[in-house]
Design a protein around this ligand. Structure first.
Ligand code: FAD
Ligand code: SF4
Length: 452
């Protein structure tokens, strides 16, 4: 796979006028002139491959053409009609392996159109106006849908269901909406409280009520929801994190990378987030890179990322691995942790080399001790199965039909908790949108049946 080079600002975090540490944008936003120049690069391709490569099927050439002709609000509406979280996706999508990877300019060895930055330019323009919501709801249907989880999947489902005229009540376990947009995406992707601003914008459609601090399995049950609502959508994500399976995982200094990122995202001043001197990140995906780069931006002296397989097997894109290297993160491939050293506090980690033997990953028995006082585990999330008892689960995900139905009639699901594609924000938004359309059809057919 070829990936094009993207320009990034490799700035450390800096202090604002209140002397708090703040993060800079990873990609500098376009202005009017640079946006028009970027838009003029688009060929308005027939059967545009960029549209096929976008999980939400945004009409990319049309919105780019609208920017080129000065119709920026129209461009934003084109984007948001397919992807109501087009603002977050413009910041967080790995465009280098999605739309920009598919752009025909890659085949003539020129740079692809800067689709992500153009999308951000249009959506930011519309949201900054703080005007009325760009879409109108259909007349009230008299139906009421419960959504569990206010992450990208749940909010996208809620928004589309509200547009279709249904009332929606969202049950969210945490005190804020946004899911990983609010708690998990790296601080340098979501500066200036963007996740919260986007939730406010999305709720502007009306008809959606969110109940915070309400967890399925603790405060509410599926039986209760099905008795009260016409349909239920589950967008609970992957709430549990995988463990290394080594002795001493509970000693101070060993932490889940996702918790480290959350602490940075939620801190008034990220400078107060505990940070070791010798940081070791274990993992090869998005989360590992985000944690390593943020640790470096926060001022960590030494950050090493250890991944047990080769570069080709890493979940992170080439762009992200480059980003880590450019921030002086030392990337070690074919290496896994073997033992955690320290009693009251982590002091070092024994690492072992790995290799493939008949397709199976094995340790080479070559080991060395790396001084380490802060280990960040980023080896993946998994479903919290206990909250979903009674529903079929296969390969660690909720079983769902092509129409987003779980094994329980009237209970739909989408986002990371089902297996629909990559675990990406854009996929969760698409799942939520499609599930709302499927629920709408299901409700209509249930009504027809009951009327004979
Ligand atoms: C650290 C990290 C970095 C990432 N970076 C990127 C990136 O840069 N770009 C990208 O595209 N994707 C990224 N991803 C993936 C992306 O964040 C997810 O694919 C996306 O958030 C999935 O959306 P979701 O709505 O399915 O789940 P989530 O975002 O996890 O939302 C689930 C919501 O459900 C709530 N919930 C859970 N259980 C219950 C319950 N029992 N009752 C009530 N509420 C509940 C949670 O509190 C949460 O609000 C990243 C993921 C991680 C972990
Ligand atoms: S593939 Fe590239 S050039 Fe063609 S329509 Fe999409 S963005 Fe424009």
């Amino acid at each position: 796979m070829t990936t094009h080079a993207r320009k990034v600002a490799q700035t450390p975090a800096k202090t604002d006028h209140n002397c708090r540490l703040t993060f800079d944008d990873l990609h500098k936003p376009l202005n009017g002139l640079t946006a028009r120049t970027a838009a003029s690069h688009c060929l308005y391709c027939y059967e545009a491959p960029c549209i096929q490569a976008c999980p939400t099927s945004i009409d990319i050439p049309t919105f780019i053409h609208q920017i080129g002709t000065g119709n920026i609000d129209g461009a934003a509406r084109t984007i948001l009609s397919e992807n109501i979280m087009g603002g977050t996706c413009a910041r967080a999508c790995p465009t280098e392996v999605l739309c920009e990877q598919a752009c025909v300019h890659n085949t003539d060895h020129s740079d692809p159109v800067e689709i992500g930055l153009l999308q951000r330019y249009a959506t930011d323009h519309l949201m900054d106006q703080n005007g009325p919501h760009p879409f109108l709801r259909a007349p009230e249907s008299g139906r009421h849908i419960a959504v569990v989880g206010a992450g990208p999947a749940g909010l996208s489902c809620a928004h589309r269901a509200a547009l279709l005229g249904h009332q929606v009540t969202v049950y969210e376990a945490r005190p804020k909406a946004g899911g990983l947009n609010e708690y998990g995406l790296a601080a340098y992707k979501m500066i200036n409280d963007f996740a919260a601003r986007e939730v406010d914008f999305l709720l502007g459609v009306g008809g959606i009520d969110i109940r915070y601090g309400q967890a399925l399995g603790r405060d509410i049950t599926l039986d209760h929801l099905q008795a009260q609502y016409d349909a239920v959508f589950l967008g609970v994500g992957l709430g549990a994190t995988n463990a290394l399976g080594l002795d001493g995982e509970d000693i101070p200094g060993v932490q889940d990378a996702i918790q480290f990122i959350e602490n940075i995202r939620q801190a008034d001043d990220p400078a107060t987030v505990p940070l070791g001197n010798d940081i070791l990140v274990i993992g090869g995906g998005n989360t590992a890179i985000d944690a390593a780069v943020q640790a470096k931006k926060l001022g960590a002296k030494r950050v090493t990322l250890a991944y047990r397989r080769g570069a080709d097997q890493m979940g992170a894109t080439d762009f992200e691995v480059d980003l880590a290297r450019k921030h002086d993160v030392h990337v070690m491939l074919w290496t896994k942790p073997k033992a955690l050293i320290g009693t009251d506090k982590l002091t070092a980690v024994t690492l072992e080399g790995t290799r493939l033997e008949k397709g199976k990953l094995v340790g080479t028995s070559e080991t060395f001790d790396l001084p380490c006082d802060h280990l960040l585990k980023a080896i993946g999330q998994k479903l919290s199965e206990t909250t979903l008892s009674g529903l079929d689960i296969a390969s660690g995900k909720l079983v769902s039909s092509n129409f987003y139905q779980t094994s329980r009639s009237g209970v739909f699901a989408g986002g990371d908790c089902i297996k629909s594609g990559e675990d990406l924000t854009v996929q969760a938004v698409e799942d939520g949108k499609q599930a709302a359309l499927a629920i709408n059809l299901w409700l209509a057919s249930a009504q027809e049946t009951s009327h004979g």
